[in-house]
Design a binder for this molecule. Sequence first.
Ligand code: GDP
Ligand code: MN
Length: 386
Amino acid sequence: MKLHEYQSKRLFAEQGVPIPRGDVAETPAGAREIAKKLGGPVAVKSQVLVGGRGKAGGIRLAKSPDEAEKVAEEILGLEIKGLPVRKVLVDEASEIATEIYLGVTNDRTEGSPVLIASAEGGIEIEEVARTQPDKIARAWVDPLIGLRDYQARNLAAAMELPRQHWNPFSEMARGLFETYWNSDATLAEINPLVITKQDELLALDGKIVLDDNALYRHPELAEMRDVDEEVPSERKARGYGLSYVKLDGNIGCMVNGAGLAMATMDVITGLGGSPANFLDIGGGAAAEKVAAAVQIILADPNVNSMMFNIFGGITRCDEVARGILIALEKVPREVYLVTRLVGTNEELGRQILADAKMDTALPRWSKRQKWSLRLRRKRSNEHPRR
Ligand code: GDP
Ligand code: MN
């Protein structure tokens, strides 16, 4: 779950990270009021859950409350990467001298949180990593000890920050890390962290991605979810308990198990195709859930073919086959289907599709594999496992 910039910055501020004064408005008149209260020039910033707002015209400076109202009206009429702008953040404008990047995320290879800093702030860190990898400094944080002052100072030194900024920078790094840690985030990012012409350090932009699996520990954060700003198909999928991520390709993928789903996408990409989505229907999905998944995939106009890759364990291939038929009846669209059904009830599943005049891809088992499969089935019948 992603948090908006204003939500992220408020959480940072609770941990002592300095942020610009400002507030959120849903109307141009509201933006005007805030600008009036702040006095002086303001930055009017669209609150949408995607990056690159600046380029899309979603961030504008305004010198007066009148101008703030006018640009807020324009921004509130925008759609950025398909998402409507419903809120703007009106912040006191800053005079920027330097833009820095500072973020914390999980380093899965190291099995540890990592603090990342770069003097190349303002642009996306992925871009910096690609073009100027030596401009990125990292510090791995021992979760039992927490972030040590010297680690933050090392980052400041690596970025060649003037010494007078080392202490305030360390304080911000500590606050950012605390926010990340306390909220079970997978990413907490300040980009840019600016040094103003008045030599103050400020978190100008903020981003937090929370771990959905830990949200139950944070009801107050779960409440911050903004369903208006989520991709509608992803919201719908969540309602059915499906893990679905929309992508830009044309080959819809329906798979059970996250690992197999990712492997399937890799194979498709490796062969020159382009997956339209990630989808894990989970274990033991009933026909209705399968049907919902197929409908969600086929609702994407980019999709012109679909790959079903089912390895039935708890999931039964016959249920999957029934689900496919239910969905195809409801969505009469011409798409190529490639269906692989293997595992529990595979013969039945294939028969159901064959009866509906649909081909399935036959698994090519070796004799030896067939033999061991049969043996395993026999054993599990003798000792049924639940
Ligand atoms: P993003 O493009 O969605 O990441 O939005 P950011 O909040 O990071 O803003 C993008 C850029 O707009 C920043 O890197 C700044 O250069 C500029 N910007 C944002 N707020 C202000 C401000 O208050 N004053 C000035 N001068 N520039 C700003
Ligand atoms: Mn930014």
